[in-house]
Design a protein around this ligand. Structure first.
Ligand code: ADP
Length: 422
């Protein structure tokens, strides 16, 4: 290829089988690299190898400022040149990018757009430039790949141009992917930070709310004892509201417990039958207030699991409280404990309003509630089940919901029997 010309991608030359095979190999390698700097060095090395050039370099378009920046070169880039901005209108790379076409400069000294400054700084004597645009999947230019000075022959060939253009196509997509990957990583880091701020806020808020609430409950209980019948009824209303508030604060506190994860885990041997009986006793009063019955079906022998007792208590309590909450007056709640292979299954079934089938998984997401917050009749933050799921999983168990349409819901917690843990 002689003379200075701008090729119109009139790509008649076919790539030979060896170059094609090499390009496929390179494409695979580039696809596996997600770090932009590593990717650029790899592309440069391959570009110089494939075209037998003395060196290669890459300039990338900043999508925000629409400026080209010098990003990588076969020769080490001194710090003052790192990320150097190159004018779009007054440079060879800019011309390639704007035309979105390859260009071959046979003799840079005869090219008015040639800027010798870069070569001087990196101590490289550029004679020829074979430059091609790097494009994204939409065929928009994202940068320029240049091969500098042909080795062993006077000129770059059309084959070299074809090869470099094919490499630039692969590289353009890989660069775009690496950039998106970096953006995703940064977005993820920001999200984690926000999530931590939220968790810290919830932990502090729940802690700070608990103390004054304790004082309120203490004094109201005391005043209730002293009050006459009408006043006692009013104090009961205050107490009920305070108990409700305590439940919400407890959910918030449990959330920080979950966020602490493994660090909070304190395993011990627990007889689930005994634990379930204790919990039932504690819930009987609330169920009785709605005239509900809770029945237990327990095996005669103990069922021992190696778990964090407090965590499992939170889980079973959340399920029991939900059963009471979402089952109307005179409802029935049945709790069954049974051995299933190497697991103990805790089943809690109610004959309340049930859960739509398509929401059986989503109810375990944080803050998710089946009913819209604007019309729902029950209190709650939508945290109980997500907490239950995370705590169960921390203890190597599983939890899921089943619904018999309008005939109520069933929740199952499966925990490995002690000695059966993997
Ligand atoms: P909360 O009870 O505070 O709303 P949960 O995470 O415990 O939060 O429950 C999420 C949602 O799942 C509830 O808002 C409710 O829509 C549904 N749900 C949970 N348990 C039951 C149940 N036993 N019967 C019907 N719906 C339930």
């Amino acid at each position: 290829m002689a003379g200075r010309e701008t090729f119109t991608m009139n790509r008649k030359a076919k790539l030979d089988a060896t170059r094609l095979a090499r390009l496929v190999e390179i494409s695979r390698a580039l696809n596996a690299i997600t770090n932009l700097d590593d990717l650029l060095s790899h592309i440069i090395k391959e570009a110089a190898d494939l075209t037998q050039a003395e060196a290669a370099s890459i300039l990338l378009l900043d999508p925000r400022t629409h400026q080209l920046h010098f990003k990588a070169s076969s020769n080490p880039i001194p710090p003052e040149m790192a990320d150097l901005a190159v004018s779009l209108d007054d440079s060879i790379a800019g011309a390639i990018l704007q035309a979105n076409q390859p260009m071959y400069i046979q003799d840079v000294t005869r090219e008015p757009r040639w800027n010798p400054q870069v070569g001087q700084i990196i101590n490289f004597d550029t004679r020829q430039i074979l430059g091609v645009p790097m494009r994204n999947v939409n065929q928009e230019p994202v940068g320029v790949l240049e091969a500098l000075n042909k080795v062993g022959k006077p000129h770059f060939s059309v084959q070299d141009l074809e090869t470099l253009a094919a490499l630039a196509d692969i590289a353009g997509v890989a660069v775009e992917k690496a950039r998106l990957f970096t953006e995703l990583e940064q977005a993820n880091a920001t999200l984690s930070e926000l999530d931590k701020l939220k968790s810290d806020f919830i932990a502090i808020a729940s802690h700070e709310l608990r103390t004054p609430l304790g004082v309120i409950m203490g004094y109201v209980s005391f005043l209730r004892e002293e009050a006459d019948e009408t006043m006692a009824e009013q104090f009961d209303t205050v107490l009920n509201a305070a108990v409700h508030l305590r439940g919400l604060i407890q959910d918030m506190a449990n959330l920080s417990y979950v966020d602490a994860g493994q660090t909070a885990l304190l395993r011990q041997m627990v007889d689930l039958s005994a634990l379930v009986q204790e919990m039932k006793l504690a819930s009987d009063e609330t169920a009785a207030a709605k005239n509900q019955t809770i029945t237990l079906h327990l095996p005669a022998h103990p069922l021992i699991v190696n778990v964090d007792r407090n965590m499992i208590e939170v889980v079973l309590n959340n399920l029991l409280n939900n059963a009471v909450k979402f089952t109307p007056q005179n409802g029935r709640i049945a709790i069954t404990l049974e051995q299933q292979g190497g697991e103990v299954w805790f089943r809690i079934r109610d004959n309340g309003r049930g859960i739509p089938k398509d929401q059986l998984k989503r109810i375990f997401h944080r803050f998710y509630q089946v009913e819209s917050p604007l019309v729902r009749q029950h209190g709650g933050l939508g945290l109980g089940l997500s907490i239950a799921k995370e705590l169960v999983e921390l203890n190597n168990g599983r939890i899921w919901a089943e619904s018999a349409g309008e005939n109520g819901s069933e929740f199952v917690v499966a925990l490995p029997l002690a000695g059966e843990q993997t």
